[in-house]
Design a protein around this ligand. Sequence first.
Ligand SMILES: N[C@@H](CCC(=O)N[C@@H](CS)C(=O)NCC(=O)O)C(=O)O
Length: 218
Amino acid sequence: MTIHVSAFKWVPPFAQGYVRDLRVRWALEEAGLPYEATLIDPAIQATTAYREWQPFGQVPAYRDEAVEIFESGAIVLHLAMRSEALAPADEAGRARVMTWVIAALNSVEPFVQNLVQLDVFHAGEAWARERRPQAEAMLCKRLASLGAWLGDRDFLEDRFTAGDLMMAMVLRELVETGLLERYASLGAYVGRCTGRPAFKKALEAQLQPFRENAPATA
Ligand SMILES: N[C@@H](CCC(=O)N[C@@H](CS)C(=O)NCC(=O)O)C(=O)O
Protein backbone atom coordinates (compact mmCIF):
# COMPACT_ATOMS: atom_id res chain seq x y z
CA MET A 1 0.00 0.00 0.00
CA THR A 2 1.19 3.47 -0.83
CA ILE A 3 2.26 5.66 2.07
CA HIS A 4 0.06 8.75 2.35
CA VAL A 5 1.00 11.96 4.16
CA SER A 6 -1.34 14.91 4.50
CA ALA A 7 -0.06 18.37 3.63
CA PHE A 8 -1.54 21.73 2.72
CA LYS A 9 -2.32 22.74 -0.85
CA TRP A 10 -1.17 26.25 -0.05
CA VAL A 11 -0.09 28.31 2.97
CA PRO A 12 0.93 31.98 3.20
CA PRO A 13 4.57 32.70 2.30
CA PHE A 14 5.77 33.08 5.93
CA ALA A 15 4.81 29.44 6.61
CA GLN A 16 6.09 27.96 3.36
CA GLY A 17 8.96 25.59 4.07
CA TYR A 18 7.98 25.35 7.74
CA VAL A 19 4.80 23.27 7.71
CA ARG A 20 5.25 20.15 9.81
CA ASP A 21 4.66 17.64 7.02
CA LEU A 22 8.26 18.57 6.11
CA ARG A 23 9.48 16.49 9.05
CA VAL A 24 7.71 13.42 7.71
CA ARG A 25 8.65 14.05 4.09
CA TRP A 26 12.30 14.37 5.18
CA ALA A 27 12.19 11.13 7.17
CA LEU A 28 10.62 9.33 4.21
CA GLU A 29 13.32 10.65 1.87
CA GLU A 30 16.07 9.56 4.27
CA ALA A 31 14.46 6.12 4.48
CA GLY A 32 14.02 5.91 0.70
CA LEU A 33 10.30 5.23 1.08
CA PRO A 34 8.07 6.56 -1.71
CA TYR A 35 4.90 8.34 -0.64
CA GLU A 36 1.99 10.37 -1.90
CA ALA A 37 1.00 13.69 -0.40
CA THR A 38 -2.72 14.04 0.26
CA LEU A 39 -3.21 17.77 -0.18
CA ILE A 40 -5.84 19.42 1.97
CA ASP A 41 -7.35 22.89 2.42
CA PRO A 42 -9.47 24.51 5.16
CA ALA A 43 -12.66 22.91 3.84
CA ILE A 44 -11.15 19.43 3.99
CA GLN A 45 -9.61 20.17 7.41
CA ALA A 46 -13.10 20.68 8.79
CA THR A 47 -14.60 17.43 7.48
CA THR A 48 -15.44 14.50 9.70
CA ALA A 49 -13.48 12.23 7.38
CA TYR A 50 -10.29 14.25 7.82
CA ARG A 51 -10.85 14.60 11.58
CA GLU A 52 -10.98 10.82 11.76
CA TRP A 53 -7.47 10.80 10.33
CA GLN A 54 -6.21 13.86 12.27
CA PRO A 55 -8.50 14.78 15.19
CA PHE A 56 -7.28 18.40 15.33
CA GLY A 57 -7.66 18.98 11.61
CA GLN A 58 -3.94 19.64 11.31
CA VAL A 59 -1.16 18.29 9.10
CA PRO A 60 0.63 15.95 8.98
CA ALA A 61 -1.39 12.77 9.17
CA TYR A 62 0.09 9.52 7.92
CA ARG A 63 -1.10 6.15 6.66
CA ASP A 64 0.76 3.05 5.48
CA GLU A 65 -0.10 -0.60 5.11
CA ALA A 66 0.12 -1.14 8.87
CA VAL A 67 -0.81 2.07 10.68
CA GLU A 68 -2.86 5.25 10.51
CA ILE A 69 -1.35 7.90 12.79
CA PHE A 70 -0.84 11.62 13.30
CA GLU A 71 1.65 13.88 15.18
CA SER A 72 4.89 14.50 13.34
CA GLY A 73 6.90 13.07 16.26
CA ALA A 74 4.95 9.82 16.32
CA ILE A 75 5.20 9.49 12.55
CA VAL A 76 8.95 10.13 12.47
CA LEU A 77 9.46 7.61 15.28
CA HIS A 78 7.34 5.05 13.42
CA LEU A 79 9.53 5.52 10.36
CA ALA A 80 12.69 5.37 12.45
CA MET A 81 11.64 1.94 13.70
CA ARG A 82 11.25 0.84 10.06
CA SER A 83 14.49 2.18 8.64
CA GLU A 84 18.12 1.96 9.69
CA ALA A 85 18.67 5.20 7.78
CA LEU A 86 16.91 6.87 10.71
CA ALA A 87 17.89 4.76 13.71
CA PRO A 88 20.32 1.96 14.52
CA ALA A 89 18.89 -1.55 14.77
CA ASP A 90 19.93 -2.21 18.38
CA GLU A 91 17.55 -1.53 21.26
CA ALA A 92 19.89 0.82 23.13
CA GLY A 93 20.53 2.88 20.01
CA ARG A 94 16.82 3.08 19.21
CA ALA A 95 16.07 4.21 22.74
CA ARG A 96 18.57 7.06 22.32
CA VAL A 97 16.86 8.09 19.08
CA MET A 98 13.45 8.12 20.81
CA THR A 99 14.98 10.17 23.60
CA TRP A 100 16.31 12.83 21.24
CA VAL A 101 13.08 13.04 19.25
CA ILE A 102 11.14 13.61 22.48
CA ALA A 103 13.79 16.05 23.72
CA ALA A 104 13.46 18.08 20.53
CA LEU A 105 9.68 18.19 20.82
CA ASN A 106 9.32 18.51 24.57
CA SER A 107 12.44 20.17 25.96
CA VAL A 108 13.41 22.47 23.11
CA GLU A 109 10.45 23.17 20.81
CA PRO A 110 8.18 24.86 23.40
CA PHE A 111 10.90 27.45 24.09
CA VAL A 112 11.60 27.95 20.39
CA GLN A 113 7.90 28.37 19.66
CA ASN A 114 7.43 30.86 22.50
CA LEU A 115 9.91 33.14 20.79
CA VAL A 116 8.78 32.47 17.23
CA GLN A 117 5.16 33.21 18.14
CA LEU A 118 6.20 36.58 19.55
CA ASP A 119 8.32 37.45 16.52
CA VAL A 120 5.96 36.22 13.83
CA PHE A 121 2.46 36.78 15.19
CA HIS A 122 2.92 39.62 17.67
CA ALA A 123 5.82 41.61 16.26
CA GLY A 124 5.63 45.24 17.31
CA GLU A 125 2.99 44.69 20.03
CA ALA A 126 3.91 46.28 23.35
CA TRP A 127 3.25 43.20 25.47
CA ALA A 128 5.38 41.08 23.11
CA ARG A 129 8.31 43.51 23.39
CA GLU A 130 8.04 43.25 27.18
CA ARG A 131 7.81 39.46 27.17
CA ARG A 132 10.53 38.80 24.58
CA PRO A 133 13.68 39.15 26.72
CA GLN A 134 12.40 36.55 29.19
CA ALA A 135 11.37 34.19 26.40
CA GLU A 136 14.77 34.61 24.76
CA ALA A 137 16.61 34.01 28.04
CA MET A 138 14.70 30.79 28.71
CA LEU A 139 15.35 29.56 25.19
CA CYS A 140 19.03 30.44 25.41
CA LYS A 141 19.40 28.23 28.49
CA ARG A 142 18.26 25.28 26.36
CA LEU A 143 20.42 26.30 23.42
CA ALA A 144 23.49 26.61 25.64
CA SER A 145 22.90 23.12 27.06
CA LEU A 146 22.38 21.64 23.63
CA GLY A 147 25.45 23.41 22.27
CA ALA A 148 27.48 22.03 25.17
CA TRP A 149 26.22 18.50 24.49
CA LEU A 150 27.06 18.77 20.81
CA GLY A 151 30.52 20.20 21.35
CA ASP A 152 32.63 18.95 18.44
CA ARG A 153 30.20 16.19 17.47
CA ASP A 154 28.62 16.22 14.05
CA PHE A 155 25.35 14.78 15.38
CA LEU A 156 23.60 14.21 18.70
CA GLU A 157 24.84 10.62 18.75
CA ASP A 158 27.60 8.98 16.71
CA ARG A 159 25.67 9.20 13.43
CA PHE A 160 22.72 11.03 11.85
CA THR A 161 19.39 9.77 13.20
CA ALA A 162 15.75 10.78 13.42
CA GLY A 163 16.76 12.62 16.60
CA ASP A 164 18.90 15.00 14.52
CA LEU A 165 16.14 15.32 11.96
CA MET A 166 13.66 16.46 14.59
CA MET A 167 16.13 18.67 16.47
CA ALA A 168 17.22 20.39 13.25
CA MET A 169 13.59 20.94 12.27
CA VAL A 170 12.89 22.56 15.63
CA LEU A 171 16.04 24.72 15.65
CA ARG A 172 15.71 25.76 12.03
CA GLU A 173 12.88 28.09 12.99
CA LEU A 174 15.49 30.21 14.80
CA VAL A 175 17.75 30.82 11.81
CA GLU A 176 16.36 34.31 11.23
CA THR A 177 16.78 35.32 14.91
CA GLY A 178 20.57 34.98 14.76
CA LEU A 179 20.46 33.13 18.10
CA LEU A 180 21.99 29.95 16.73
CA GLU A 181 25.18 31.82 15.89
CA ARG A 182 25.67 32.59 19.59
CA TYR A 183 26.20 28.88 20.10
CA ALA A 184 28.74 28.16 17.42
CA SER A 185 28.14 24.44 17.16
CA LEU A 186 24.37 24.84 16.74
CA GLY A 187 24.34 26.97 13.61
CA ALA A 188 26.74 24.59 11.91
CA TYR A 189 24.75 21.60 13.18
CA VAL A 190 21.49 22.81 11.66
CA GLY A 191 23.31 23.58 8.40
CA ARG A 192 24.87 20.11 8.40
CA CYS A 193 21.49 18.43 8.87
CA THR A 194 19.53 20.57 6.41
CA GLY A 195 22.36 20.31 3.89
CA ARG A 196 21.47 16.65 3.40
CA PRO A 197 20.06 15.79 -0.05
CA ALA A 198 16.99 14.17 1.54
CA PHE A 199 16.08 17.43 3.28
CA LYS A 200 16.40 19.39 0.08
CA LYS A 201 14.16 16.91 -1.76
CA ALA A 202 11.57 17.03 1.01
CA LEU A 203 11.58 20.83 1.09
CA GLU A 204 11.10 21.03 -2.65
CA ALA A 205 8.23 18.53 -2.43
CA GLN A 206 6.47 20.71 0.16
CA LEU A 207 7.01 23.91 -1.82
CA GLN A 208 5.91 22.61 -5.23
CA PRO A 209 2.14 22.55 -4.52
CA PHE A 210 2.36 26.02 -2.98
CA ARG A 211 3.62 27.33 -6.31
CA GLU A 212 0.96 25.42 -8.21
CA ASN A 213 -1.90 26.52 -5.96
CA ALA A 214 -0.86 30.11 -5.25
CA PRO A 215 -3.92 32.35 -5.23
CA ALA A 216 -4.17 34.66 -8.19
CA THR A 217 -3.03 38.15 -7.24
CA ALA A 218 -5.45 41.00 -7.88
N1 LIG B 1 1.96 18.59 17.24
C1 LIG B 1 1.52 18.54 15.85
C2 LIG B 1 1.36 19.95 15.37
C3 LIG B 1 0.85 19.99 13.96
C4 LIG B 1 0.65 21.43 13.50
O1 LIG B 1 0.84 22.40 14.27
N2 LIG B 1 0.30 21.56 12.23
C5 LIG B 1 0.04 22.89 11.70
C6 LIG B 1 0.92 23.15 10.50
S1 LIG B 1 2.62 23.25 10.95
C7 LIG B 1 -1.41 22.94 11.23
O2 LIG B 1 -1.90 22.00 10.66
N3 LIG B 1 -2.02 24.09 11.44
C8 LIG B 1 -3.36 24.34 11.00
C9 LIG B 1 -4.34 24.31 12.12
O3 LIG B 1 -3.96 24.15 13.28
O4 LIG B 1 -5.52 24.44 11.82
C10 LIG B 1 2.54 17.78 15.02
O5 LIG B 1 3.74 17.90 15.30
O6 LIG B 1 2.16 17.06 14.09
